[in-house]
Ligand binder design. Structure first.
Ligand code: ASP
Length: 448
């Protein structure tokens, strides 16, 4: 991205991306005030769409090859169960913790009680149409909680490859195929893995080139968000929904600045601040795309080049996490459920809150790693505790900025998982984390 000149190359990618982000907000604001929206839609926004499509293009192939390789290169099925059980324990534990934080903050601050009745009716009316569309999608997708399990299995994997929304099915197929590779004799497994490795390398090379487009891409995406939300309108609504948004943001910040750094610091002995700094590019891409799937190629690259996480761990933990581990989404769903209930004068009992917790774990597994997916799954949670799903109209207006932040949390959680699993797997192996000691003693590797 930073062209050929030395000065440009010396500026790290994330600075360029930050610059694109700020410039996009400024341009969007100017476009709204000086009537440049048509020009922006024709000449600026397509750069954002192009960047997003390029990243999305990489999602299915990367998930497929990195998971097959991640599972296939494990020594035996016992190592798979070790990596797998560590990963699932982390995913389940942090997701449950995130919803608990969301429910606690929502109960403390009671943001829903701050709405006047007139406001509630206005919001419901304004978003009635969008709600029915989202509702129809949710009803079509989820009839029973077990439906999530049923839909994890693709009746035809090639069919699943054609749709980014069906990433979980691609993952299930890739894990099963990887297990098959581990089970067959080494002489037959190795040629397949070599092909897969070559493919993976080529895909990651491509990602590196695509990232050159990140600054204009993020610029275009921010202009689009500003124009879509009307800029000023977004600001007004944010003030009205400030308490709700503030509660979600507070919870997400607790995860981002406290839970993950403490986990990394305490469990691996690494430096939490360095960890956060090294994953910043992935966080920025997550923030601007609102899609864990679109961010996956960047997360994989960071895990391998900056965090020195082994290919087998990052190739298994990150694609799986991008699809099923959504702490930020779960936390948001906890606060949103309480907020809507409070706004409608419904007091949820402890049992109902526990039900929300369980449903949010399932919903975050089932939610696609794309913008707005968490909101669709929120409808399922609302219905399960008997809250009119139309209440979602109350939060639609601020959903996009919160989606940006919760996706950042989702991606941070995946990278934390990869760091912890790598640490424990290598420590137990006895080979200990040669990589990890690199990670602690050679900080410059983290700031590349
Ligand atoms: N956009 C989120 C993600 O991709 C999912 C969501 O909460 O809507 O991780």
């Amino acid at each position: 991205m930073p062209g050929n000149s030395g000065i440009l190359r010396a500026i790290p990618l994330y600075v360029w991306v930050l610059f694109g982000l700020a410039a996009g907000i400024l341009w969007g604001w100017l476009a709204l005030h000086y009537g440049w929206t048509e020009f922006s839609e024709r000449w600026v926004i397509p750069w954002g769409t192009l960047f997003l499509r390029l990243l999305q293009m990489m999602a299915v192939p990367i998930i497929l090859v990195s998971l097959i390789k991640g599972v296939g290169t494990l020594e035996d099925l016992r190592s798979l169960s070790r990596v797998g059980s560590l990963t699932f324990t982390y995913y389940l534990g942090t997701t449950a913790l995130a919803i608990t934080i969301g429910l606690t903050l929502g109960t403390w601050f009671q943001p829903g009680k701050l709405f006047s009745e007139a406001q509630r009716i206005e919001f419901q009316h304004k978003y009635a149409e969008q709600v029915s569309t989202k509702l129809a999608q949710a009803q079509a997708q989820n009839r029973s909680p077990l439906q999530v399990l049923v839909e994890m299995v693709p009746p035809n994997p090639f069919d699943a490859f054609t749709e980014n929304r069906r990433m979980l099915q691609v993952i299930v197929f890739a894990i099963l195929l990887g297990m098959g590779l581990v089970a067959i004799p080494r002489s037959k497994r190795m040629p397949v893995l070599q092909v897969i490795e070559g493919l993976e390398e080529a895909l990651l090379w491509l990602v590196q080139k695509i990232l050159w487009l990140a600054p204009p891409g993020v610029f275009g995406l921010m202009v689009q968000i500003m124009i879509d939300t009307g800029g000023k309108n977004l600001q007004d609504t944010l003030v009205a929904l400030g308490a709700y948004a503030g509660t979600v943001i507070l919870g997400l910040c607790v995860m981002l600045l406290l839970v993950y750094p403490v986990l990394v610091g305490v469990l691996t002995g690494g430096y939490p601040l360095r960890f956060l700094r090294s994953i910043l590019p992935a966080q920025l891409v997550a923030f601007s795309t609102s899609s864990s799937a679109a961010t996956l190629p960047v997360s994989l690259r960071i895990a391998r080049t900056r965090l020195n996480i082994s290919d087998s761990v990052s190739g298994f933990v990150l694609p799986l996490g991008a699809t099923i581990n959504m702490d930020g989404t779960a936390l948001y769903q906890g606060v949103a459920t309480l907020f809507i209930a409070q706004a409608m004068n419904i007091d949820l009992t402890l049992t109902q809150k526990l039900e929300v917790l369980l449903m949010a774990v399932l919903a975050s597994v089932g939610a696609a790693a794309i913008p707005g997916a968490g909101m669709i799954m929120l409808l399922v949670i609302l219905q399960s505790v008997g809250i009119a799903p139309e209440g979602i109209a109350l939060i639609l207006a601020v959903d996009r900025p919160l989606d940006m932040l919760r996706t950042t949390v989702n991606v941070t959680s995946d990278l934390t998982a990869a760091t912890l699993v790598h640490h424990f797997v290598h420590r137990r192996k006895g080979s200990h984390a040669q990589n990890l000691s690199d990670y602690r003693s050679r900080p410059e590797r983290l700031t590349r």
